[in-house]
Design a protein around this ligand. Structure first.
Ligand SMILES: NC(=O)c1ccc[n+]([C@@H]2O[C@H](COP(=O)([O-])OP(=O)(O)OC[C@H]3O[C@@H](n4cnc5c(N)ncnc54)[C@H](O)[C@@H]3O)[C@@H](O)[C@H]2O)c1
Ligand SMILES: O=C(O)C(=O)C[C@@H](O)[C@H](O)[C@H](O)COP(=O)(O)O
Ligand SMILES: [Zn+2]
Length: 379
């Protein structure tokens, strides 16, 4: 357990992730980065770390982290990559490993992921594989990474064949979710993160979805208390599910609501700037809700309620036209056939029974998926 007496009084919440020897805390609050060195020091085996970040985050937040580490007497080196999904690639991973080895990062030293989900997934995978495993800390700087990607230990890279197809389950030692870091985040990225926030309401917490119907706009518009509540509720749900099923043998698959479609859309766009992960997941959740109505598990009225909330906050509902992309149901289905939840050659979909209750099924035929895609894709 983290020694929270070392944290400033702007620490609002501590959410534990209970995984035996791999347990850790998620600390949520404002202005936490200024105290990060003091908080981290007792967790580190050795007073030397490598910070991995991207150019955009480095320009805004790296200095604050470096100063905090200096104050605590922790040596550090920074490795900076271009921003964007393209950095979750084998080429960047290879470059990162070379730089970590050139810097002689030892097994008892640690990596700090300072950034969004791209930096978190990349750094986590590097930590899992460097000298067969070094500790890593998540300092998530996007709403998406604070509510979702920094927690639960899914790390990895995209492959030309599909999203997140190379990776490892490898838990961080601590997650430091500093809400103040979101002040510099563009609105498009706030909305991308909000898609994963709504996911937590839809898949397992109807009360939270209803809270979002009232307060979602505040979360999106920058209200600190609303953002803290949204991060806390999301990670509490994620921590509970991950503690039950760390390696996705069962219930954890529910966290993939909207992702079987969403990842296929991302793969088809080549992980470019026109459709980010949160947007693809938002559209994928609408597809899952529509398919749930067709399958008879969700009523049309609840599907309409989900659509209305997405519209109210500004989440995308439809697949956009993207230059150079010719959408085709067959191609999207082809990407879905690479999904990691496939077993026995059958696509597993996460559908809704109700707002607040998701379930996994292999009973939807490929013809039914194609029919849904024909309705939902442009053109
Ligand atoms: N491991 C998991 O459980 C998990 C969960 C959800 C998503 N993901 C992965 O996360 C990735 C998406 O993460 P993301 O949405 O954070 O994207 P991202 O990491 O690409 O960040 C989005 C953009 O925001 C910029 N940025 C980050 N923090 C900023 C800040 N504080 N101020 C200004 N700009 C900032 C980045 O430079 C980038 O351009 C995807 O690859 C997705 O597959 C993983
Ligand atoms: O943590 C999980 O489990 C999730 O599914 C969270 C998702 O939001 C996230 O995008 C995850 O990376 C998807 O995992 P994948 O196994 O489908 O690649
Ligand atoms: Zn996701």
């Amino acid at each position: 357990m983290t020694d929270t007496s070392l944290a400033p009084d702007t620490l609002e919440s501590r959410v534990p992730v209970s995984l035996d020897a791999r347990s850790y805390d998620i600390l949520i609050g404002t202005k936490l980065i200024a105290s990060s060195g003091t908080i981290l020091k007792p967790i580190l085996k050795n007073s030397r770390v490598a910070i991995v970040t991207d150019e955009t985050v480095a320009a805004r937040h790296l200095e604050k982290l470096q100063e905090a580490l200096d104050t605590a007497g922790i040596d550090h080196t920074a490795i900076i990559f271009p921003p964007g999904e393209g950095s979750k690639s084998i080429a960047i991973y290879s470059d990162l490993m070379n730089r970590l080895l050139d810097a002689r990062i030892q097994r008892d030293e640690a990596l700090i992921a300072l950034g969004g989900g791209v930096i978190g997934d990349l750094t986590g995978f590097a930590a899992a594989t460097l000298r067969r495993g070094v500790d890593f800390i998540q300092i998530p700087t996007t709403l998406l990474s604070q509510v979702d990607s920094s927690v639960g230990g899914k790390t990895g890279l995209n492959a030309p064949q599909g999203k997140n197809l190379i990776g490892a389950f490898y838990q961080p030692r601590l997650v430091l979710a500093d809400i103040s870091l979101l002040d510099s985040l563009p609105q498009r990225e706030i909305l991308a993160g909000y898609a994963e926030v709504v996911k937590y309401g839809l898949l397992g917490d109807r009360d939270f979805f209803e809270w979002l119907e009232i307060n979602g706009k505040k979360v999106v518009d920058g209200d600190t208390a609303a953002r803290i509540h949204a991060v806390e509720q999301s990670v509490k749900t994620k921590a509970r599910i991950v503690a039950q099923d760390e390696r996705e043998g069962g219930v954890r698959a529910l966290l993939n609501l909207g992702h079987t479609f969403g990842h296929a859309l991302e793969a088809e766009t080549g992980y470019g700037q026109h459709l980010n992960h949160g947007e693809a997941v938002a559209i994928g959740m609408i597809m899952a809700a529509e398919l749930s109505v067709r399958a008879g598990s969700l009523n049309r009225q609840d599907c309409g309620r989900i659509r209305a909330h997405f519209e109210a906050v500004g989440l995308p509902l439809q697949v956009p036209d993207i230059p150079g992309v010719v959408w085709s149901p067959e191609k999207i289905l082809g990407h879905m056939r690479q999904d990691k939840k496939i077993s026995g050659g059958k696509i597993t979909l996460i559908l809704l029974k109700d707002i607040g209750e998701a379930f996994g099924t292999k009973d939807i035929s490929e013809q039914d998926i194609l029919a849904l895609l024909a309705q939902e894709l442009p053109g």
